[in-house]
Design a protein around this ligand. Structure first.
Ligand code: ME8
Length: 654
């Protein structure tokens, strides 16, 4: 790894996910946070920073005890099994965590007891009676204001129960003015800003003291208080300390604690935004750098829950669509801080449009042409070609921009910016027409430039997308003929990263197109003849008009301007091309019988006219979501309709 910065100016990051409860198998929400932190830490590693990534499991408390009882096992056996399932899931999803902490580990319990003792000794923990509304699933008390209008727990929508217990209390209220001040002077401490405001408004009124123990007679599954073994530590007090115990128990606190950033979803803002900073203050441990709060994944616009039966399992999706494609979708389709809705069809469309078409197609067509024209070997740059310099500048601007966007938690934009550059590379191919250059011996140098430009674009894209899709990007670099060493950000800052004359290794498509129609289980029409979807024009002579229609009938036909963003041969039919067409904000897959008339490469970037409301049909296994209009010339050659003046994709054709 080339890292010319000295050890002292090397950035450091200690990033954490929540430690997940082991009373459920991992779902898409758990996977999202964990993949997000994986991606964030991989970007920082790419930049040469010193990174430590912690995840783990939250294993004590009443709920876990109940889940173990229900499973007919001891809590220890039960937590061992589910913690194992979490680890296995993260391994399967390609998560490169550095440490996994379980709250039942001795190293954690020891630190929890030390922190408790310290806070107790200084008089910040007192014994007292408390009564209030308690959600057993959240394992916390709620004030009436925090409940829903119907008086239910806002997370679980179940009625809280009134509980009163003699417990130990942490004097949290005492630290409220301090915390308010910290938040006011530190606008970035909790981000995005909406969550900071949420915490600030919680702090406007007294927050009370926090009950931090449970009677051991009722909840034996917990860490006994060091000064009173009849009580165990409240699960949140125990759990939050994991972030510190994980590094302190390994002697890594000096190196990493000053750089700690937590990543959580909005459900646990209060424990992390109020309990945790006040606990740290009382324990004399410096505050975290940032609390980064993301939104919720909804499922088909509804809250995901076991009772609705709509829990989305990440491993199944990774299995069905490929792990890296799944990771890409999660990062691309959620804006940090906002909710996003999961639709499986949306995932398929995203993967088909961005990965199978844009990126996959750039790789395929580049290596295809390289094989055909240059024996698969990396050519030198030749004379300048229009657009090549602009494309190079665009790619070379990306690394700094991506690093900045990631630092601002704009993962979706970082990924989208890179994909936009990939699309620009496809457009460059269409505009520079390498297939025409190949026919002209005088243009050999310019053909070299076009091919080499595309190869460098692919190489740079593979570096910038490596944190999101590590396995696939390594495969891409393998196809480019590169050695298997891990890339660095500097690799994306040069335009000469491939060795001239080296052999590429064209392989299988990186991201095979996903059959959307099979998912929708809609119309299963297999095409009897490949060109059936074509508009067959006849010779002008024997023109026999079809039955008359009125203007409304014509208006029912939705004709739109489209731009071909990718195009490839149909894998199962030698007369069909599969086009990806941008129609307004939509991306359509259109199968068309024009393969004998057009090279796939020459269509990318072209304007076409699309019948946009035609019932989808399956043509040799690929669903065609519309039709491109063409006319047949006297020699039987098809000619695609286009416009003689520019109109943006999506414009209506009347
Ligand atoms: O709260 N969308 O654990 P937990 C996005 N053990 N992310 C989601 C999500 C969704 N629909 N649902 C869950 C706990 N998550 C405690 C944490 S930390 C000291 C203790 C993710 O298993 C998200 O990261 O209920 C959320 O904050 C976390 O899972 C809650 O996990």
């Amino acid at each position: 790894m080339s890292d010319d910065r000295s050890a002292t100016d090397r950035g450091v990051l200690y990033a954490t996910t929540p430690i997940f409860y082991v009373n459920a198998e991992p779902h898409i929400g758990h996977a999202y946070t964990t993949i997000l932190v994986d991606v964030a830490t991989r970007y920082r590693r790419l930049a040469g920073d010193d990174v430590y990534f912690l995840t783990g499991t939250d294993e004590h408390g009443e709920n876990i005890q109940k889940a173990a009882d229900a499973a007919g096992t001891s809590p220890q056996e039960y937590t061992d099994r589910v913690a194992g399932a979490f680890r296995a899931a993260w391994d399967r999803l390609g998560i490169g965590y550095d440490a996994f902490i379980r709250t039942t580990e001795e190293r954690h319990k020891k630190v929890v007891r030390e922190v408790l003792q310290r806070v107790y000794d200084q008089g910040d923990i007192v014994y007292g009676e408390y009564g209030g509304l308690y959600c057993v699933r959240c394992e916390r008390y709620y004030t009436e204001k925090e409940l829903t209008e119907d008086g239910l727990c806002p997370q679980h929508e179940i009625a809280p129960e009134y509980r009163s217990e003699a417990n130990y209390f942490f004097r949290m209220e005492k630290y409220r003015p301090w915390l308010r001040e910290r938040l006011e002077t530190n606008p970035d401490l909790i981000r995005p800003a909406g969550y900071r405001s949420e915490v600030l408004s919680m702090l406007k009124e007294p927050i009370g003291d926090l009950s931090i123990s449970r009677p051991r007679s009722r909840v034996p599954w917990g860490i006994p208080l060091p000064w009173d073994e009849d009580h165990v530590t409240y699960v949140w007090f125990d759990a939050l300390i994991n972030y510190y115990s994980a590094v302190a128990s390994e002697g890594l606190e000096d190196r990493y604690w000053p750089h700690v950033e937590h990543f959580i979803a909005k459900d646990i803002v209060k424990p992390h935004g109020v309990f945790w900073p006040t606990m740290l203050k009382a324990a004399g441990i410096p505050l975290f750098q940032h609390l980064n709060v993301h939104g919720y994944w909804l499922v088909e616009d509804r809250k995901m829950s076991k009772s609705l039966g709509n829990v989305v399992r990440p491993l199944e999706l990774a299995e069905r669509y490929g792990n890296d494609a799944f990771r890409y979708f999660l990062l691309r389709d959620m804006t940090f801080g906002l909710d996003a809705s999961f639709h499986e069809v949306g995932l398929v469309d995203r993967v088909n449009a961005d990965l199978a078409n844009d990126l996959g197609n750039l790789l395929n067509r580049t290596l295809g042409m390289l094989g055909k024209y240059r024996d698969g070997r990396v050519p030198p740059f030749g004379p300048d070609v229009a657009g090549a310099g602009a494309l190079r500048d665009r790619f070379l601007d990306l690394p700094d921009r991506v690093v900045e966007q990631v630092a601002r938690l704009q993962f979706d934009r970082a990924v989208a910016g890179t994909m936009d550059a990939v699309r620009a590379a496809n457009k460059f191919v269409s505009e520079s027409e390498p297939w025409s250059l190949a026919k002209d011996p005088e243009a050999a140098g310019r053909l070299d430039t076009v091919l080499r430009t595309c190869l460098e674009a692919l190489r740079c894209a593979s570096v910038l997308l490596d944190p999101v899709m590590p396995a696939k990007m390594a495969e891409l670099r393998h196809q480019l003929g590169m050695p298997g060493t891990a890339p660095t950000l500097d690799d994306a800052k040069r335009w000469d990263g491939l060795a001239e004359g080296s052999a590429t290794r064209k392989g299988d498509p990186l991201f095979p197109r996903i059959d959307r129609a099979a998912l929708e289980a809609a119309i299963e029409v297999e095409a009897p003849a490949e060109s059936e979807d074509e508009a067959g024009g006849a010779a002008p002579v024997a023109f026999e008009p079809k039955p008359e229609i009125d203007i409304e009938t014509f208006a029912a036909c939705d004709l739109r301007v489209g731009t071909v963003t990718a195009c490839e041969a149909h894998p199962k039919a030698d007369r069909l091309l599969v086009l990806t067409v941008q129609v307004g904000t939509e991306t359509r897959t259109i199968v068309s019988g024009i393969r004998a008339h057009y090279d796939p490469e020459e269509l990318v970037g072209r304007t076409v006219v699309v019948v946009a409301n035609l019932k989808p049909v399956k043509l040799r296994g690929i669903e065609s979501q519309g039709m491109v209009l063409s006319a047949e010339g006297p020699d039987g050659r098809l000619s695609l309709l286009s416009l003689d003046r520019a109109a943006p994709p999506g414009s209506e054709v009347r």
